[in-house]
Each structure stands twice: as C-alpha cells, then as structure tokens.
Write a protein that binds this ligand. Structure first.
Ligand code: SF4
Length: 352
C-alpha cells in the first residue's frame, strides 16, 4: 500500500523481528499490518490518503475510492522511560491494535553468519540503528507491560527471542521474562522460540505464566527450508512435530501455533499437507504472506499473489473449523492478533 502521507499513524518499525516496514491500520473493524516501506509497496496500485480531522483516511485505486481506514495511533506508553533511562518503545512495541510485542534477546546465533542466517530476518537492523536494546531485562519488561495495559488497554503480549547459545534455545530467558510480567500485571502471554532440547521446558514455560507457545517452522519443504533458513533448518520438521506433540498437553489444544511464510517456494499442496499434520496435533498453523523486508537478502523477493494466498487460506480455514481450532480461542499471540494474515478473516467468513 502506498502512503500519501508517510507520517500518518504510528511510526512504523524498520528492521527487527516480526513484521517490519509496516503500518497498522483498521479497515471495517479488522486491524491489519500493511507493508508500506517495502519495494512492492512503493509500486502498489492501492494508495492511502493523508488522515482527516477524524483520523480517517481514504483508500483508493486508480483514483477510485474503495473504502476508509483508520491508522493505529501512537500509544501513550511510548512517552515513558524506565528508571534506568531506556525509552519504553525500545523495550516493547505496539503490534496491530492491542498487542504488546517484544524481542527479549535482540541477537541470534544464526544471524551472525551470512551462511546460516534466515534470509528473511532483520533482527539485527533495529539494534544496529539504536531503535532497541539487545537484552530486555525481566524488570524492564514488567514495567512496560504494566504501563501498556494501564495506559493503552493492551490485551495480550508476544514475547519472541533470537536464538541464544545453549540447548534451551531461549526458553530460559522467556521463563524469567514471563514470570516477571505476570507478577506485575494480568496479561496473557505468547512465547515464541525454537523447540528446546528438553520437553520439560514446556512445563517450565507454562509454570512461569506463558499461556500460548509459538514454534515457527517458517517453511515446510526441505528444499525451501535449506535455501531460506540454512541454520534453522538444522532443526528438522520431525523435531518440531515431536515438540508440538509434547507441548499440546501442557498448553492445551489450539494454544500451540507455528508461522508458515507463504510465497517462499513451498507449493500450496505442501503447505496444506503440513497444516493437516499440525492441525491433527492440535496446533494452529498461522500461514502468513511473506513480506520482503528492506535490507535483507530477500528484499526483492516477490510477495505471493492473492490467488496463491486464497488457494491456501480458504481450505485451511475449513480444516481449522472441522478440527475445532480457531484464532478466537487462542489466549495470546500472533494467531489471536491475526494482523499479519487474512486467515482469521477466512475463519469468520465461514461462520457468517
Ligand atoms: S500477527 Fe503477530 S507479528 Fe503480526 S502484528 Fe500481530 S502480534 Fe505482531
């Protein structure tokens, strides 16, 4: 989507983990993360006008008005600074409309090497630009989470992490972070990490206050996994499925999820076959269209077509409904937020 006024709405994040180069806007009551700083966005036929006095903007294509949208505005907690002098916005940011998101550890063993790094990832960019800090302490996270709930009505929290050295793959720092946030404020938390070495970590995460867990496959076929994420592909799909099978009884059916990035080369049939395996375990496959991030090796990779996404999301929504899984039932995290994919909109359309 092209912006007539680049300053409209909440300042968008450049680089970092998760959605970057986006702005959050609400259309017909649904908040989406729309890419605005990517190469395809600059060529988009969809233009969003400057915001009017009521905070609304017109969306147009070829000069014809298609509808209205409202930008998500800057949250109040961004104006605060921790006791040790760090702006709250460097500790956690607002995603979508009501999600607090943080990357507890803004570095990754895989990011250090151009050979091993995930080709889509920008985790080091925001750190290099000074827009975040490398390690958010449990006390800082608790302070920011409490303010985000009290000042801005944040409803749930996503805690992701770069993968540190050590076989727990980040589970230990997620445990201490979740425990600190839960001690400060009643806020549902989704943690995100690679499958840890021992399944006992799932019990520890749950005991620390984690309500939902994401372990992200990203891609599903061996060829694409090897090409796009050569380091992370060392953790086999089989290990992911085994970890999911162990974690579902701990967190409950539908509280486990995985990101699958559509458009990196996996055909729709392969994505849907993997989704069937996941859904049968009680895991919610959060299939999102791949959005290239500026400055990454994939910055010029074309995003998937609407037809490709429809070929995946329509049958996936039916699969979810047939198996009793739903974005609305997820306690916290990306699946519940849904701003990075139209999957939950497909789910709702089935019900209406
Ligand atoms: S779906 Fe996840 S990554 Fe996307 S905006 Fe929502 S919380 Fe952030």
């Amino acid at each position: 989507m092209r912006l007539a006024d680049p300053k409209a709405g909440l300042e968008s994040r450049r680089g970092g983990a998760g959605p970057s180069d986006h702005k959050a806007l609400t259309i017909d009551g649904v908040t989406v993360m729309a890419p605005v700083h990517t190469a395809p966005a600059f060529e988009s036929p969809y233009v969003i006008d400057a915001t009017d006095a009521e905070g609304r903007s017109r969306i147009a294509r070829d000069g014809k008005t298609l509808g209205e949208a409202a930008f998500v505005m800057r949250p109040r907690f961004y104006d605060l600074t921790t006791a040790d002098g760090v702006p709250y916005s460097k500790i956690a940011v607002l995603h979508g409309r009501d999600v607090l998101a943080t990357t507890v550890l803004q570095s990754c063993i895989r990011y250090q090497s151009r050979v091993k790094t995930c080709q889509f990832c920008a985790i080091g960019q925001s750190l290099a630009a000074g827009r975040t800090i490398e390690r958010k302490s449990p006390a800082q996270l608790a302070e920011v989470a409490k303010a985000a709930v009290e000042l801005d009505g944040v409803k749930h929290m996503v805690m992701t992490t770069g993968t540190p050295r050590g076989a727990d793959r980040g589970a230990a720092i997620l445990c201490e972070s979740a425990a600190a946030v839960k001690a400060a404020v009643d806020l549902p938390i989704q943690a995100q990490c690679e499958p840890p070495d021992q399944d006992a970590w799932f019990e520890r995460l749950k005991a620390a206050g984690v309500d939902a867990l994401g372990m992200h496959l990203e891609a599903v076929t061996p060829e694409v996994r090897q090409r796009i994420m050569p380091g992370k592909a060392e953790i086999s799909v089989a290990r992911y499925l085994k970890a999911f099978a162990a974690a579902v009884p701990v967190f409950g059916r539908g509280q486990l999820s995985t990101y699958i990035l559509a458009g990196l080369g996996d055909p729709p049939e392969a994505i849907l076959a993997m989704c069937e395996a996941l859904v049968s375990l009680g895991v919610y496959p959060f299939v999102v269209p791949f959005v290239p991030i500026s400055g990454t090796p994939l910055e010029s990779w074309p995003p998937p077509t609407p037809a490709f996404m429809h070929a995946v999301l329509a049958p996936l929504a039916q699969m979810l409904a047939a198996n009793g899984l739903s974005a609305a039932e997820i306690k916290a995290g990306c699946g519940r937020c849904g701003a990075c994919s139209a999957l939950s909109t497909y789910e709702r359309a089935l019900k209406s």
